[in-house]
Design a protein around this ligand. Structure first.
Ligand code: C5P
Length: 398
């Protein structure tokens, strides 16, 4: 969302308090935000709060009563890459649908040439009323993108659908819109492996690792946001995919992940192998719980199959394959070796020597090495930002 120009329109509903968090989130993601408020919105949140958060003056009236300076809705509408009205009250939606132009937000809407988003916010009965639904349908028919309200407790104390979507959901909708519109991944199908695998010792014990799956899930969300259909093959993790374009296939062991990948990869345009797959498993899993007898216990371990290598062998010319390398020493040389031996298009190297990189953290620091021997080093970033860097590199492949 870096550099995007967004008009945040605030109409007069109780959810206007959430507009502060939304403005903050949009600014945090790099957008330039200008706020237009209806006169009623001032009763719910002050222009001072919004101006402070966005570092831009707030427009409420057609002109400044002190100095007569004109707030041009036309130039505002032309300046913006998007107009997002949050909250959009029943009153404002109705006026938008009718083309009423009695405040600056409505005139801005009518003269805007950019995509328009609206996050309805009202009591459940108002939201369900045929008049409100018809206005929403009219606006959707004219291209307004509605960000659906959520169900839950409402300001009235009633419980139902009508609560404005959370600021993060609204910011995600804007992000997805741009990511998808500009992406070559739109309409492609991508397989992603994520998380650890558990290798059974007996019915209650396993060999596992500390992988949280956060990196793989972040890649899944980013590719889905860019319009790809994602098949996410996940080991045992505590995460849930959010995006509707993600189909999660849950597995436990390396063997199960291998089988799921062999079945799924042929129907995909590419794959990202980010799972931390066990390299060894117990040769046999005991049928019942192993008892504590004697002073030592030996487990005979045998190698699992290398899934990424198998995908490398199966890979067609029209498919891409991305792997990870988590290294503790000889990082570059080991990663380069993986690139070739597994037939990858590029390898994402993360070193356990870097603070904030690797398992369980919310951040990662990566280096990408491609088949042309080009090495790109990135700074320490959130896993969502790292996922965007990886997606950008995938887009360069196709
Ligand atoms: O050889 P190494 O395990 O370090 O390679 C890491 C890469 O290979 C990662 O992309 C990982 O997801 C993949 N891998 C795999 N199946 C295995 C082992 C690793 O897909 N059994």
């Amino acid at each position: 969302m870096k550099g995007k120009k967004i008009i945040l329109g605030i109409s007069g509903g109780i959810a206007a308090y959430k507009s502060a968090a939304l403005a903050r989130e949009l600014v945090r993601r790099g957008a330039d935000v200008r706020v237009v408020m209806t006169p009623m919105a001032r009763q719910f949140i002050t222009p001072l709060t919004m101006a402070t958060l966005t570092k831009n003056p707030i427009a409420v009236d057609f002109f400044d009563p002190e100095n007569g300076q004109w707030n041009s809705h036309v130039s505002l509408g032309l300046w913006a890459d998007a107009l997002v009205i949050a909250p959009a009250t029943a009153n404002t939606l109705a006026k938008m649908a009718c083309g009423i132009a009695d405040n600056l937000l409505l005139t801005t809407y009518l003269s805007a040439r950019c995509p328009v988003f609206a996050a309805p916010s009202m009591d459940l009965d108002m939201y369900a009323h045929p008049a409100a639904q018809q206005n929403i349908a009219t606006l959707v028919g004219r291209g307004v993108r509605m960000i659906e309200p959520e169900s839950g407790e409402l300001a009235s104390g009633l419980v139902g659908k009508g609560r404005m979507a959370e600021p993060e959901t609204i910011a995600d909708a804007l992000h997805d819109f741009w990511a998808c519109r500009d992406s070559k991944l739109r309409g492609r199908t991508v397989m992603i492996t994520a998380g650890p695998t558990y290798e059974k010792i007996d019915p209650v014990r396993f060999i596992g690792n500390y992988s949280s799956g956060k990196m793989g899930f972040a890649i899944a969300e980013e590719l889905a946001a860019r319009g790809a259909a994602v098949k996410l093959i996940a080991g045992p993790v505590k995460l849930r995919a959010r995006h509707a374009n993600i189909q999660t296939i849950s597995v436990e062991s390396a063997e199960m992940m291998y089988n799921a990948c062999v079945e799924t990869f042929p129907m995909c345009d590419g794959a990202v192998m980010s799972a931390a797959v066990a390299d060894f498993r117990p040769e046999t899993a005991a049928g019942s719980k192993i008892k504590r007898v004697g002073n030592t216990l030996s487990l005979n371990l045998v190698p699992t199959r290398d899934i990424a290598s198998q995908m490398g062998r199966m890979k067609r010319d029209d498919q891409f394959l991305v792997g990870f390398a988590l290294e503790t020493d000889n990082e570059q040389a080991n990663a380069q070796h993986k690139l070739e031996s597994k037939n990858l298009d590029f390898v994402v190297l993360n070193s356990l020597n870097d603070a904030g990189a690797g398992f369980m953290t919310d951040t990662n620091k990566i280096t990408i090495i491609n088949r042309n021997g080009e090495t790109t080093e990135y700074s320490l970033k959130s896993k969502a930002e790292v996922a965007a860097d990886i997606a950008d590199q995938i887009e360069l492949l196709s």
